[in-house]
Write a protein that binds this ligand. Structure first.
Ligand code: NAD
Length: 248
C-alpha cells in the first residue's frame, strides 16, 4: 500500500482505456482516495465508481482557471486534503507544421500546458500549507524527439513546455516539501492512439522499440505511482521515460 489514505487528483482520468484511468485504478489499489477529473461530470463520476467506493468524480476543464480552483476546493471539502496531483489531461492533433492555425495552437497548448499550470496552481496552496505534496506532469516522447505519429509540432512544443514548467515548479516548491516530476510516455495503446493503429503499423513501430512492443496504460501508471509515493522522496525535477527504449 504505497498511497495509504493519500488524496490524489488525476486530471483527464475518465477515458476508459486511458493512462489517467489506469493510474486512478492503480492508486486506488494502493489505498489512495482518488478524485477523477474530466470534462464531463457523468463520465468522471462513473469512472470514480468504477475504481471502487470512496472515490469522487468531478467535471473540471483544466483550461479554465476558476474551474481548477473550484475543483480543488471541493476535493479539500470532501476528502480533507490534497497529497498528489497527476496532470494527465491532454489532447493531440496530427498536423504538419504549415497546417497549424492559431486555433490549433491554442487548443493543444491550452489543454496540455496551460492546464498543467492552472491545475498545479489550484493545489499548491494546500500542499504548501501541509508542507508536503507530489505533482506528476504528463509530457511525451514527442517533446524529446520532435513529433510523432499522432501529435503535431504544436503538441511537441506544448509537451516540451510541460517539462520546463515542471522543472521550474520543482525548483520553486522544493523548499516547501512539494516534489514535481514528469513522465514521458512513448507510444501507448489508448484512445488517443488506438483507432489509428493498424496491425501492420503496430509491427512496424515495434521494430523501432528495443523492448519490442508498444506500451500499455499500466506501464505509465506504474511510473506515476513511483513518483507519487514515498519511494521517490529524494526525487524532484526528474523526467522518467516510459518508452521501451525508443530513444536509446
Ligand atoms: P485519452 O484520450 O485516453 O485521455 C485523455 C483524457 O483527457 C480524456 O479522458 C479527455 O476527456 C481528457 N481531457 C481532454 N481535454 C481536457 C480538458 N480540457 N480538461 C480535462 N480533461 C480533458 O489519452 P491518453 O493516451 O490516456 O493520454 C493521457 C496523457 O498522456 C495525455 O496528456 C497525453 O498527451 C499523454 N501521452 C499519451 C501517449 C500515448 O501514446 N497514448 C504518449 C505520450 C503522452
Amino acid at each position: 500500500m504505497l498511497l495509504n489514505d493519500r488524496v490524489c487528483i488525476i486530471t483527464g482520468a475518465a477515458s476508459a482505456r486511458g493512462i489517467g484511468k489506469a493510474t486512478a485504478r492503480l492508486f486506488a489499489s494502493h489505498g489512495a482516495r482518488v478524485a477523477v477529473l474530466d470534462l464531463d461530470a457523468g463520465q468522471a463520476e462513473a469512472a470514480a465508481r468504477d475504481i471502487g467506493p470512496g472515490h469522487i468524480g468531478l467535471a473540471c476543464n483544466v483550461t479554465d482557471r476558476a474551474a481548477c480552483s473550484t475543483a480543488a476546493e471541493e476535493i479539500i471539502g470532501r476528502l480533507g486534503r490534497i497529497d498528489v496531483l497527476v496532470n494527465n489531461a491532454g489532447i493531440t492533433q496530427p498536423l504538419k507544421i504549415m497546417e497549424i492555425g492559431p486555433e490549433n495552437y491554442d487548443a493543444v497548448t491550452d489543454v496540455n500546458l496551460r492546464g498543467t499550470l492552472y491545475m498545479s496552481q489550484a493545489v499548491i496552496p494546500a500542499m504548501r500549507g501541509q508542507g508536503s505534496g507530489a505533482i506528476v506532469c504528463m509530457s511525451s516522447v514527442s517533446a524529446q524527439r520532435g513529433g510523432g505519429i499522432f501529435g503535431g509540432p504544436h503538441y511537441s512544443a506544448a509537451k516540451g513546455g510541460v517539462l520546463g514548467l515542471a522543472k521550474a515548479m520543482a525548483r520553486e516548491l522544493g523548499p516547501d516539501g512539494v516534489r514535481v516530476n514528469s513522465v514521458t510516455p512513448g507510444l501507448i495503446k489508448t484512445d488517443i492512439t488506438g483507432g489509428k493503429l493498424t496491425p501492420e503499423l503496430k509491427v512496424e513501430i515495434a521494430k523501432g522499440i528495443p523492448l519490442g512492443r508498444l506500451g500499455v496504460a499500466d506501464d505509465v501508471a506504474n511510473a506515476c505511482l513511483f513518483l507519487a509515493s514515498d519511494l521517490s522522496t529524494y526525487i524532484t525535477g526528474a523526467v522518467i521515460d516510459v518508452n521501451g527504449g525508443m530513444l536509446i
